[in-house]
Write a protein that binds this ligand. Structure first.
Ligand code: ZN
Length: 489
């Protein structure tokens, strides 16, 4: 998939002032930056800026900020005695930078920088990331070509608008937990069916193609992804009252970079879903679409290759059920929890696999429709789909491990391989690898298997399935099966 799909966007107007920052050229400056970085270059809006080489200081890319001001024309006052640079425009409060200081000041807030501005060869340098997040410029550093790309295209964020005609109120929040809220997606809007995070990848699955727009903000660091002409589908609406302004949280564990993901209906007119990644630190990323999927790949150089490139196999892991849909409940154990735990353990293992790109249908206690799960895998053009479940029976003596495929030609071999490995891990009775027309394995168009680890209605099996070490063993077995099937060893 495309690499060139970065969406650039202005930050909020309050930061416009910062853009002024731009000109920290000292009086009498000359056009040459440090010669040591010859070979690196800066491209602004597609044009290479001559004589403006970035400098890397302690891992932070510093850029001469005059290049921006020259293009955008803001006023700059430089006080040599105080070392303060005041940047202003007729429409924004001034922004003040101080040489050697890690903070910049504006009328109402303080902005932290990774490195303090400094002067070299009569040119003032500021951190590239600061330029991106605070000056409303899109930023991308491409290691391979040693190029900094800056993009100034202005696109104001969609403002929450109050429709002239009141929207018929839909009692989403008052709906009983188990009922499907009667909320229809505006006909022109794509439904957002699932949002999951795995590895370094946020995957948003939509019912139709959407064109995402992203913004990077700091203090705290976060990436904002807006999905114009979209609205929450029934699965996500069921979880929360996601009426305008209500925010749901997707917890993220095992990520050094991402704290959590939040999502909300940002605007009703036009209907816009906003997804925010709350970060522990600033990080580069690649935003792209693949079919109806919107994917944010986090990567420090911002050039993470899209899923499935470089010969990698795309594996979709689908922990069954979720949220109001508990799946089977036996001996006090809910299927949705067991299979999520196993799924997250599979995810943690697959993360270590250099030849596998992982996508989860869900990574928390949310519900994704069955169609939504299959569509996600189809849109991802996955190589393998594995749905994880636990079984129930009316008889407490029933037990064992079984795996299903829908289409023998397409999926029996995968199902057989998963069954062999998981059976070995559980030590339960062998119920075999069998044909069944479950929707998720029938509607997925790649090799697809649905594994039933064991029976929650069976006391011993249920007890084992809640154990962390047992879940880990099963996860390892699923991974071993996937790797054997994909001939990755
Ligand atoms: Zn199930």
């Amino acid at each position: 998939m495309k690499l060139g799909n970065h969406m650039w966007k202005k930050t909020a107007a309050v930061f416009m002032a910062v853009m002024l920052l731009a000109t920290l050229v000292l009086p009498g400056s000359i056009r040459h930056a440090a010669a040591a970085e010859a070979g690196t270059r800066i491209v602004l809006d597609g044009q290479t800026i001559e004589g403006a080489e970035p400098i890397v200081i302690a891992g932070t890319t510093m850029v001469p900020i005059r290049i921006v001001s020259e293009q955008l024309g803001y006023s700059v006052n430089w006080n040599q005695n105080s070392g303060r640079i005041t940047i202003g425009s007729s429409s924004s409060p001034p922004l003040i930078l101080t040489l050697g200081s890690l903070t910049a000041e504006s009328a109402n807030h303080t902005i932290a920088m990774e490195q303090a501005p400094f002067v070299r060869s009569n040119t003032t340098y500021v951190p590239l990331r600061f330029v991106g997040s605070q000056m409303g410029l899109g930023v991308k550093w491409e290691q391979a070509s040693q190029t900094v790309y800056l993009q100034s295209r202005l696109e104001e964020p969609a403002a929450p608008a109050t429709p002239a005609v009141p929207v018929p109120s839909t009692p989403v929040g008052s709906a009983p937990v188990d009922s499907v809220p009667v909320v229809s997606t505006p006909s022109s809007a794509a439904s957002i069916d699932s949002i999951s995070f795995s590895d370094k990848r946020l995957t948003i699955s939509a019912g139709a193609s959407v064109t995402p727009k992203s913004t990077v903000l700091s203090n705290p660091d976060r990436i904002v992804v807006d999905l114009p002409n979209s609205a929450f589908g029934p699965g996500l609406l069921q979880k929360e009252n996601l009426s305008l302004g209500k925010v749901a949280t997707l917890p993220v564990s095992n990520s050094a970079v991402v704290k959590q993901v939040r999502y909300s209906l940002f605007s009703e007119s036009p209907s816009t879903v906003r997804v925010v990644l709350d970060l522990n630190r600033s990080v580069g990323y690649n935003l792209y679409t693949q079919g109806n999927l919107v994917i944010v790949d986090l990567n420090d150089d911002g050039i993470a290759p899209p899923a499935g490139t470089n010969g990698k196999k795309i594996v979709v892991i689908d922990p069954g059920h979720g949220d109001h849909d508990s799946g089977g409940v036996g001996n006090g154990v809910k299927e949705k929890g067991v299979v999520l735990n196993v799924g997250l353990k599979v995810a943690a293992l697959l993360k270590q696999e250099p030849n596998i790109d992982l996508i989860m249908t869900r990574s928390d206690d949310t519900f994704v429709t069955l169609d939504g799960r299959a569509q996600l895998a189809n849109n991802a053009e996955a190589d393998v789909y594995v749905s994880i479940h636990a079984n129930m029976a009316s008889s407490s003596s029933a037990g064992g491990t079984e795996t299903f495929y829908a289409d023998a030609a397409r999926s029996k071999s995968l199902s057989d391989t998963i069954q062999k490995h998981v059976l070995e891990a559980t030590g339960f009775r062998d119920r075999g690898s069998k044909q069944a027309n479950y929707l998720v394995i029938r509607k997925t168009n790649m090799p697809a298997a649905l594994v039933e680890i064991g029976f929650l209605s069976n006391k011993q099996e249920a007890a084992l399935m809640t154990q962390d070490s047992f879940q880990q063993k099963v996860a390892e077995a699923i991974v071993a099966g996937i790797k054997e099937y994909l001939k990755l060893n």
